[in-house]
Write a protein that binds this ligand. Structure first.
Ligand SMILES: Nc1ncnc2c1ncn2[C@@H]1O[C@H](COP(=O)(O)OP(=O)(O)OP(=O)(O)O)[C@@H](O)[C@H]1O
Ligand SMILES: Cc1ncc(CO)c(N)n1
Length: 253
C-alpha cells in the first residue's frame, strides 16, 4: 500500500540525531514516506553546534514548491526555521500544508542557540499544533516555567494567541501538558534514565505528524507519539555514540 507522505521543514543536523535526520527516521519507522525542505545546515554533533548556514529563502521556497507540486501531503512538521522569512513562506502556502505541527526550535539539547524567538513568532498565531519544550514555551510567553501548572497556563495562553493545540514538553521528567479543544490533559510518561536524549523533541513532533496523517485525533496522536519517544529513548539508553548526549533508537521496533 502507498504510505502517507509527511513533510519536514527543518534544519540538518550533521550528527544525525536531531533535525531533518531525526524527522525522516521517525517518519520511516512509523510507516510514512518522508519528504524534506531544508532551511539551514548545522555543523553539529552530540557536544554542540559549531556552525549554522541558513539556506537562501528562494532555495527554501523552491524545495517547498517542488514538493507541493508533486506529492499529496498528509501532514507537515516544522522544526528549526531560523529566519522569519521562512515562517512567512510557510504561512503563505499554509492552505496546502495539512495537519501542521510546529516545534518552535530555539535551543539545542546541548544548550546552543539555534534560532531567535522572533523567527517563529509569525507561526505561533497560526492554528497549528505547537510543541514547545518548557524553555521554548517560556521564551514565547516571556516568563520562567517550572511546574506542570505553569506549563498548563502557558499552553492555554498560546492557544489564546491562535494555536489549535499546544503540548508543552517537560523533558526528563516525562510530564507533558496538552491543551486542546478547551481541555487540559497532563500526560505522565515513564521517565527514562538516560544521557541519550538528543533529538527527543524533533522525534516527538515528527511522530505526532505521522499519527495525525494516519487519522488519529489530536489527543490520541500526542499519546501515541509520546509512547514512541519513550520506546526510542529506552532502545538507545545504552548506546555510546559521541561524547555528549547521544541520539535515540528510532528503529527500536
Ligand atoms: N528522559 C526522558 N524520559 C522519558 N521521556 C522523555 C525524556 N526526555 C524527554 N522525554 C519526552 O520526550 C518528548 C520530547 O520532549 P523534550 O522536552 O525532550 O523535547 P526537546 O527539549 O524539544 O528536545 P530536543 O531539543 O532534544 O529535540 C516529551 O514527550 C518528553 O516528555
Ligand atoms: C537542526 C536541528 N534542529 C533541531 C534541533 C533540536 O534538538 C537540533 N539540535 N538541531
Amino acid at each position: 500500500m502507498t504510505p502517507p507522505v509527511v513533510l519536514t521543514i527543518a534544519g540538518s543536523d550533521s550528527g544525525g540525531g536531531a533535525g531533518i535526520q531525526a524527522d525522516l527516521k521517525t517518519f520511516a519507522a512509523l510507516g510514512a514516506f518522508g519528504v524534506s525542505v531544508i532551511t539551514a545546515v548545522t555543523a553539529q554533533n552530540t557536544l554542540g553546534v559549531t556552525a549554522i548556514h541558513p539556506i537562501p529563502i528562494d532555495v527554501v521556497a523552491a524545495q517547498l514548491d517542488a514538493v507541493l507540486d508533486d506529492f499529496p501531503l498528509a501532514a507537515v512538521k516544522v522544526g528549526m526555521i531560523g529566519d522569519p522569512a521562512v515562517a512567512e513562506l510557510i504561512l503563505d502556502r499554509a492552505d496546502r500544508l495539512p495537519n501542521l505541527v510546529v516545534d518552535p526550535v530555539l535551543v539545542a539539547t546541548s544548550g546552543a542557540r539555534l534560532a531567535e524567538t522572533a523567527s517563529v513568532a509569525p507561526l505561533v498565531a497560526y492554528p497549528c499544533l505547537l510543541t514547545p519544550n518548557r524553555h521554548e514555551a517560556a521564551a514565547l510567553v516571556g516568563r520562567v516555567i517550572e511546574t506542570a501548572e505553569e506549563m498548563a497556563v502557558a499552553a492555554d495562553e498560546l492557544v489564546g494567541r491562535g494555536a489549535r493545540a499546544v503540548v508543552v514538553t517537560g523533558s526528563e521528567g516525562a510530564v507533558d501538558v496538552l491543551r486542546f479543544d478547551g481541555t487540559t490533559e497532563v500526560l505522565r510518561g515513564e521517565p527514562v534514565r538516560t544521557e541519550n536524549n538528543h533529538g527527543s523533541g524533533c522525534t516527538f513532533s515528527s511522530a505526532i505528524a505521522v499519527r495525525l496523517a494516519a487519522g488519529d485525533p489530536v489527543p490520541t496522536a500526542v499519546r501515541n507519539a509520546k509512547s514512541y519517544v519513550t520506546a526510542a529513548l529506552l532502545g538507545g539508553r545504552d548506546w555510546r555514540l559521541g561524547d555528549g548526549p547521544g541520539p535515540l533508537d528510532h528503529f527500536v521496533f
